[in-house]
Design a protein. Structure first.
Lengths: 108, 164
């Protein structure tokens, strides 16, 4: 039986405004993640950027069990799309809804 | 358990909370100086010189020491353990290094942490971020600590800094 891989959602805040919905920015960020974790690590993580909350907050989706690796990889990313920035992982959750509710409570 | 960090810049309270720390100390809370100041203010001494660090450990105003450039000295670690002073281990510079430099730096820190554990010295892994790009959240600092110290990382990171 093939089971659907479970995911974890990481709420990420950047020190500078960053639009994860912009194709070149998303590509640059995911390439930076791939550089940090390697090709096999990237397949294991399978990172996606499903949601942008506001200018500097977005959600990253990764496969369950590899979120710690993703958190470490994000620590070492200091440039996205030619822009110098820092990425902070604020919260990790099993559902995107929890993170959106957290964002609504926290970022007013 | 509450977690603390130390950075060179001031971080606003809301961001401190979002990053998951009870407090991020800055140089405004506790100055970092290269010599022992005699003004009776609590401070931290950063130096490469074992003599300066040794003198600092005898001063009641010095709350902690930092080995500049993470050049650790086992004798000073021993003295810090006796004096019950905190050894701050900055890690934010690792984030900017290339993989080879980082590997060497991690190896040096790991060796020092091993000595710290054997001697039961007080130590804390902190970012000591010079800019906001170098800041890390609690989860990230925990992962970096685990990367450096493998199993010992969790015990070291974020512990009670300066007897809060």
């Amino acid at each position: 039986m093939i089971t659907r891989p479970r995911s974890r959602y990481i709420l990420v805040e950047s020190s500078e405004p960053m639009d994860s919905k912009d194709v070149s920015t998303a590509h640059s960020l995911l390439s930076a993640v791939a550089k940090q974790v390697g090709e096999s690590g990237y397949i294991e993580l399978n990172p996606r950027l499903p949601f942008q909350y506001h200018s500097s907050t977005f959600i990253m989706k990764v496969n369950r069990g590899s979120e710690r690796r993703a958190i470490l990889a994000l620590s070492f990313i200091k440039e996205v799309n030619g822009k110098r920035l820092g990425l902070y992982t604020i919260k990790t959750s099993g559902t995107i809804r929890t993170l959106i509710e957290y964002c609504k409570r926290t970022y007013k | 358990m509450k977690f603390y960090d130390f950075s060179k810049i001031e971080v606003d309270l809301q961001l401190q909370t979002r990053l998951g720390f009870a407090k991020i100390y800055s140089e405004k809370d506790m100055p970092i100086e290269s010599t022992i100041n005699q003004r009776g203010i609590a401070h931290i001494v950063i130096s490469k010189s074992p003599d300066t660090l040794s003198k600092a450990l005898r001063s009641p105003d010095v709350k902690g020491i930092i080995f500049e450039g993470n050049e650790f000295n086992k004798k000073i670690i021993e003295k810090a353990a006796e004096a019950r002073k905190v050894i701050l281990i900055p890690v934010s510079y690792l984030l900017w290094q290339n993989v080879h430099e980082r590997q060497k730096a991690v190896h040096d820190i790991r060796k020092a942490i091993s000595a710290i554990h054997k001697l039961k010295a007080r130590a804390a892994i902190v970012t000591l971020a010079k800019d906001k790009e170098s800041l890390l959240s609690r989860a990230q600092l925990g992962e970096v600590a685990s990367m450096i110290a493998v199993n010992n990382g969790a015990k070291l990171f974020g512990g009670e800094l300066f007897d809060n």
